[in-house]
Structures are given as C-alpha cells and as structure tokens.
Design a protein around this ligand. Structure first.
Ligand SMILES: [Zn+2]
Length: 247
C-alpha cells in the first residue's frame, strides 16, 4: 500500500511498489491519495480551470495512472489540504486505519518525515497514527518513508533503505507523463523523478561501480509501528543527529 498526499506523488515516490505489483500474480499495489487536487497549480491550457474542474482533471489522471500501472486498487479520499493538515479533524486518519485494516498490507509506503511539504508530512503522520490504532499483531510488517520534496541521500548509508528499480524506465516514464496538467504547467516531474533514480544509483557509493541502474531511497519508519512510545519527531531528529555525526 502506498499512501500519498497528492495525485502524482505515488508515481514519483513509489517506483518500488509500482514495479513490484505490476502484472504480478502474488501481490498488488493499493494506492491511496489523501487530497482532492483543488490546490493544484495550473498554467497553459489549464490556466482558466476552476478548482472543481481541476479536481476532475487530476482525478482522471490518477485513474489513468492506476490503469496503466496495474494498481490493485485506487482510493481517492478527496480531502482538502487544510483538512489533512488539521489534526483536530480525525476523519482522514480514520479512513487510513480502515483501509489498512481491510487490505492488511505487508508493506506500507508513505512520505518521509523529513519531506519539506507540509501536506506530505501531515499525510505521513496520519498514516503512522492510523497504523498505531490497529492491534499490534495485525499491523503491516514494514513502513517506509519515500522521496518527493526532499531526497534522502543525506541518510547515513546504514540507515538507508535501497530499492533497485532499474529496467522499468518505460513504465515509470509513461506513468508520470499521465499527469499532463502538472508537467505541462512547467514542472518536469518526468525528468526529475527519473533523474533522481539515476543519481541515487550512481552517487550512492563512490567506491564501487553502480550496482543498479536506477535506485529509490527510503527512510525506514518500521520502528514507529513496532513501538508506539517512539515520537515521530524524535525519531527523525535521531537520524539527523546520525547525519551530523557522520559529517
Ligand atoms: Zn505532493
């Protein structure tokens, strides 16, 4: 399962989940998008679109990506960004708890807790909270924080989760190009997402040849769903301190 704040985040942050589930007989990717797309930037042919029209465009783009990417299921929760960020409003967390309880995913991918986008962080915190509301024995086995609005090359190598996603260029590029309303508006997510995967593969290690063609990094957040006493904020600061010590 991948839980993302916005339409198109999944195709940037979770190539590892997409390629694992693609045309697989044994597992599938359940995709969850928290927001409604009303706050999406718009230019060019979309410049005059109302929030309502933009919501429809983005929903259709995400559905097309789910079809092309062979996702097992797609859930569009349609909350506003303000609702996702307002922790007094419980519904989004309840929805996530319901979805995780229903699908019982082995692995859950969320935004990493050092992401710079506030709605991403809020989505990630809600996912942690949602999983913690489920009895320990029924929780996912792994929880990983992925890269969108902050790369994770800064994580010390001992803390880095590395996913080899090489050999799926055509599928991954096709998927990100579905989001014409964003890429056409001057954000080259297609080039940037692919570039980050190549850069991770090459700049990850200086003393060996590239072990993979393309790589996605993740922050291991599994301890947060194994021990409810760990404060997410403290957990990230511990990683930041490890980085500082390495420096
Ligand atoms: Zn996003």
């Amino acid at each position: 399962m991948v839980i993302a704040a916005h339409h198109d985040d999944i195709e940037i942050m979770c190539p590892q989940g997409i390629v694992k589930g693609y045309k697989s007989a044994v597992c599938g990717l359940v995709a969850v998008v928290m927001t409604d797309g009303a706050g999406s930037p718009r230019t060019g042919e979309y410049a005059s679109f109302t929030d309502e029209q933009m919501k429809t465009v983005r929903k259709e783009e995400q559905k097309e990506a789910a079809r092309i990417g062979d996702y097992a299921a797609l859930h569009l929760l349609n909350y506003t960004s303000a609702e996702v960020k307002d922790f007094k409003f419980q519904n989004p967390t309840g929805d996530l708890a319901g979805l995780v309880s229903y699908y019982k995913p082995e692995t859950v991918f969320i935004h990493n807790l050092a992401d710079k986008h506030k709605t991403h962080k809020a989505s990630a915190f809600r996912a942690v909270k949602a999983i913690r509301s489920i009895p320990a024995g029924l929780r996912p086995k792994k929880l990983y924080g992925c890269e969108v609005w902050r790369s994770l090359d800064w994580l010390p190598d001992s803390e880095k989760i590395i996913f080899d996603v090489g050999g799926h260029d055509e599928l991954l590029t096709r998927l990100i190009n579905v989001f014409r309303s964003q890429i056409g508006g001057g954000k080259r997510y297609d080039l940037a997402a692919q570039g980050r995967r190549f850069a991770n593969a090459t700049f990850g290690e200086y003393n060996s040849v590239d072990r993979a063609r393309e790589v996605a990094f993740a922050m291991d957040l599994t301890p947060l769903i194994q021990n409810d006493e760990i404060e997410p904020r403290e957990y990230v600061l511990t990683l930041v301190n490890k980085f500082m010590n390495e420096l």
